[in-house]
Write a protein that binds this ligand. Structure first.
Ligand SMILES: Nc1ncnc2c1ncn2[C@@H]1O[C@H](COP(=O)(O)OP(=O)(O)OP(=O)(O)O)[C@@H](O)[C@H]1O
Length: 387
């Protein structure tokens, strides 16, 4: 089991600012991240409160895999929404089912995967038509059109997107022409413009370089340009900044926010790091063992986490001014999906578990406040804590 404790990221400090009800000026200055490009969200005026338009609605998503050991179900009853111009942060430990969930959206699940019949995944296209993603055939033309043209994806490792044997430009032009009726010349012009947009200097020259000619940060930017060149309406970003050093990480996050504002894209941002989520996400969904245990507006979930697992993740965040302190990781290991505990999946690690309830019955989602949902027997859904 890999160590899940987050490293000392500068976002720990940004997160603290979100958690503290009224930071005083002196404290704010002392805990500011060292990167000038990453101002804390808490200090930034919120300019994105336009009426929300739901572009993706996932309900009751369950995914199983046929394996030699039998059927395992690493994703169970997941539901969330993504709005145009907003970001949903999907956070959870390794193996919690984040990648499998997004692969289902991209129709990229392997052949041994089975999506439960009660699942529904509604997506609204650029043209305004409704697509039931759950009913699309993987490998079909409709699925290919959805991927790239409507839903783009960026990964932690840019080489997962780029082929090493073609130039950046050739790969971008191919992506553009797959989704837009343009000739080579026009596609090249769009690609150069996109490289420029993501901050790559001398884009007209860089376009003819190979991925390995670029530095790590540049490759990451080029991958964002590649994903955006087909003009996706929804961008799925799977740990896109984890491999970068903190300064570049902050620049890439800022760039993504900027592009999102300009293009009005919806975004699903996947990470282990709640500090990064605090920087980029409007809403958070916390996943544990294939279930969303808590979701809601970022600020509210971070200031007033309801689920003991979310509370544990927040306790595990280091702050820059207390790096010498011991972190408090969530005790215990995540059980394997083949040994999913009965009742609440977190009860085996929960210090507040109610014997006879949490170990027997699976909690339904309740809403202690508007838009803030939690699956935990400690909450009764009327804003009251049962414990
Ligand atoms: N093809 C497959 N066959 C069987 N099990 C699989 C398959 N793909 C994924 N799984 C299982 O599904 C579970 C969830 O995996 P997933 O990759 O979605 O986790 P994650 O939250 O994205 O983790 P990480 O942060 O490490 O990427 C894991 O237990 C994994 O072993």
């Amino acid at each position: 089991m890999p160590d899940q404790r987050p490293g000392p990221s500068p976002y720990g400090a940004a997160l603290r600012l979100l958690m503290e009800p009224a930071p005083n000026t002196a404290a704010t200055a002392a805990t500011k991240p060292p990167t000038a490009t990453a101002p804390a969200r808490a200090t930034r005026p919120d300019t994105r409160r336009a009426p929300a338009e739901t572009m993706l609605k996932v309900e009751n998503l369950s995914i199983s895999f046929r394996t030699d050991e039998g059927l395992i179900t690493p994703v169970q009853g997941v539901g969330f929404e993504v709005q145009a111009g907003r970001t949903l942060g999907l956070v959870g430990e390794s193996g919690s089912g984040k990648s499998v969930t997004t692969k289902a959206l991209m129709k990229l699940l392997p052949g041994n995967a089975v999506i439960a019949p009660e699942t529904s995944m509604h997506y609204t296209t650029k043209a305004g038509s409704e697509v039931r993603i759950d009913t699309l055939k993987p490998g079909s033309r409709a699925a290919r059109q959805l991927r790239g043209g409507e839903i783009g994806m960026i990964f932690q490792e840019p080489m997962a997107s780029f082929s090493p044997v073609y130039t950046i430009g050739n790969q971008m032009m191919e992506a553009i022409r797959l989704h837009k009726p343009v000739g080579r010349k026009e596609a090249r012009a769009i690609a150069i413009e996109m490289l420029d947009r993501v901050g790559i200097s001398h884009p007209a020259g860089r376009i003819d370089q190979y991925p390995h000619d670029l530095s790590g940060g540049m490759r990451q930017r080029a991958m964002i340009a590649l994903a955006l060149s087909a003009g996706p309406r929804l961008l799925i970003a799977d740990e896109p900044t984890t491999a970068l050093d903190v300064t570049i990480q902050a620049q890439v996050l800022e760039l993504m926010r900027e592009l999102q504002r300009d293009l009005g894209m919806g975004m699903i941002f996947i990470t282990h790091d709640l500090g990064v989520i605090a920087q980029i996400a409007d809403e958070i969904a916390v996943m544990y063992l294939g279930t969303i245990v808590e979701r809601g507006p970022t600020r509210e979930v971070i200031r007033d986490p309801k689920h003991p697992y979310t509370q544990g993740l927040l306790r595990a965040i280091p702050s820059l001014d207390h790096l010498q302190d011991r972190l408090t990781p969530v005790p215990g290991d995540t059980p394997s999906p083949t040994e999913r505990p009965k009742g609440c999946p977190f009860h085996t690690r929960c210090a507040q578990a109610l014997v006879g309830t949490c170990d027997r019955k699976t909690p339904d989602e309740v809403f202690p406040s508007r838009g803030h949902g939690v699956r935990c027997w400690l909450h009764d859904g009327n804003g009251r804590s049962v414990a």
